[in-house]
Design a protein around this ligand. Structure first.
Ligand SMILES: Nc1ncnc2c1ncn2[C@@H]1O[C@H](COP(=O)(O)OP(=O)(O)O)[C@@H](O)[C@H]1O
Length: 178
């Protein structure tokens, strides 16, 4: 269902760290002019991170503060939200959700290349094996708006980009014809 007040749709790009979210979002933002919201960066810049969790080697997120700060920009529409979790966001925020996926070997190489090791590396690989984020997206949003995208090669990056641009075009056509 399209949100009546939004001038442009909101797109969620999610998936395990390393699957290629930032790479796709950056290109998508350049191509479409939609605003790329890197949630990890926004959380850091707006002091939404609480104490450091030694076991998971990351900071705990103050979700309420983050969501309150994003409400206005999200209600205007025209955003590409980039984050490795998806169940914290209100369902009404998104018109479509893409879950990027990779095989384990590709993800392993990318995460090792990024300096991940030990439990952090293992947990992220397991997250992808058990398709945790896909299940989370299906549980959090209407199944018909949740789409998986394979994200291994530059060719797949290009085809994912085209697919989302086509969807966007259709969204504007449908909105203008209403
Ligand atoms: N479609 C792709 N083909 C080849 N390499 C990719 C692709 N998407 C991402 N990468 C590479 O994988 C790594 C992780 O990508 P990144 O966009 O940072 O992932 P995420 O934002 O999901 O953590 C980067 O080195 C990036 O260049």
């Amino acid at each position: 269902m399209q949100h009546p007040k939004r001038a442009a749709p909101n797109i969620l790009i999610t998936g395990t760290p390393g699957v290629g979210k930032s790479t796709l979002c950056e290109k998508l933002s350049e191509t479409t002019g939609l605003k790329w919201l890197e949630i990890s960066k926004i959380a850091k810049e707006n002091n939404c991170l609480e104490e450091y969790d030694e076991e998971y080697q990351c900071c705990v997120l103050d979700e309420d503060k983050l969501l309150d700060g994003l409400e206005e920009v999200m209600s205007c529409g025209g955003n590409i939200v980039d984050y490795h979790c998806c169940d914290l966001f209100p369902e009404r925020w998104f018109d479509i959700v893409f879950v990027l996926r990779t095989d384990n070997t590709t993800l392993y190489d990318r995460l090792v290349g990024r300096g991940y090791s030990g439990k952090k590396l293992e947990d992220n690989i397991q997250c992808e094996i058990f398709q945790t984020i896909l299940e989370e997206a299906r549980a959090s949003y209407a199944t018909e708006i949740v789409h998986e995208l394979s994200s291994h090669t530059p060719e797949e990056l290009e085809s994912n980009l085209q697919r989302i641009c086509l969807w966007l075009q259709q969204w504007f056509n449908d909105t203008n014809n209403q």
